[in-house]
Design a binder for this molecule. Structure first.
Ligand code: ADP
Length: 192
């Protein structure tokens, strides 16, 4: 299956992605992790992405798109993948659809994890990551509202959006997600 995890920073996408990737046995593709790794290795992509990430802005579409295209082309993604943190803008979503369609593939389900803003703020303040100071957190939430939240409508109109309440223990949230995915699984005799 090809699954996208959508949700604001602090919604728990990373935590749920780890559980999902074990359960579904598909690779976990986190653009945030890929970008942090690029910065660590001081690659050209990392050098270009770093100032955007530090200030809480999204990095330019072209940079992440290339990372994702290269990663999806690898053998382990043939049977499916879990996209965490991508797409985050309308152009990224369009590019992903086109890229998959060219390969005769499509997204099966988009899971949107919803969490109240006050809970997000308290979760993010406790993480201690380089992009977690108050001004940067505010900027990241604003970027989500402006650029990423509209993707929900796009996927809803295609009938593949499933919304999950992100409040509760990680296991409770995971159970909700599993139920939605089970219901969305393609029939055994249709496409993988
Ligand atoms: P979180 O899970 O807290 O939302 P991520 O680890 O997914 O954070 O992403 C951290 C940062 O990496 C983002 O704030 C953004 O600057 C950059 N980033 C990650 N994915 C994308 C993307 N698809 N498009 C643009 N920027 C991205």
């Amino acid at each position: 299956m090809r699954i996208v995890l959508l949700g604001p920073p602090g919604a728990g996408k990373g935590t749920q992605a780890q559980r999902l990737t074990h359960w579904l046995r598909v690779p976990h593709l986190s653009t945030g992790d890929m970008l942090r790794e690029a910065i660590r290795h001081e690659t050209e992509v990392g050098r270009q992405a770093e100032p955007h990430m530090k200030s809480g802005r999204l990095v330019p579409d072209a940079l992440v798109q290339q990372l994702v295209v290269d990663r999806i082309a690898q053998d382990d993604c043939v049977g499916g993948c879990l996209l965490d943190g991508f797409p985050r803008t309308a152009p990224q979503a369009k590019m992903l659809d086109e890229h998959l369609a060219e390969r005769g593939m499509a997204l099966d389900v988009v899971i949107k994890i919803d969490v109240d803003d006050n809970v997000l703020l308290s979760r993010l303040a406790g993480r201690g990551r380089l992009d977690d100071d108050a001004a940067v957190i505010a900027q990241r939430l604003q970027q989500y509202e402006q650029l990423t939240r509209p993707l929900a409508d796009y996927y809803r109109s295609r009938g593949i959006l499933r919304e999950i309440d992100g409040l509760g223990t990680p296991d409770e949230v995971f159970n909700r997600i599993m139920a939605k995915i089970e219901a969305a699984k393609p029939a055994a005799n249709s496409r993988v």
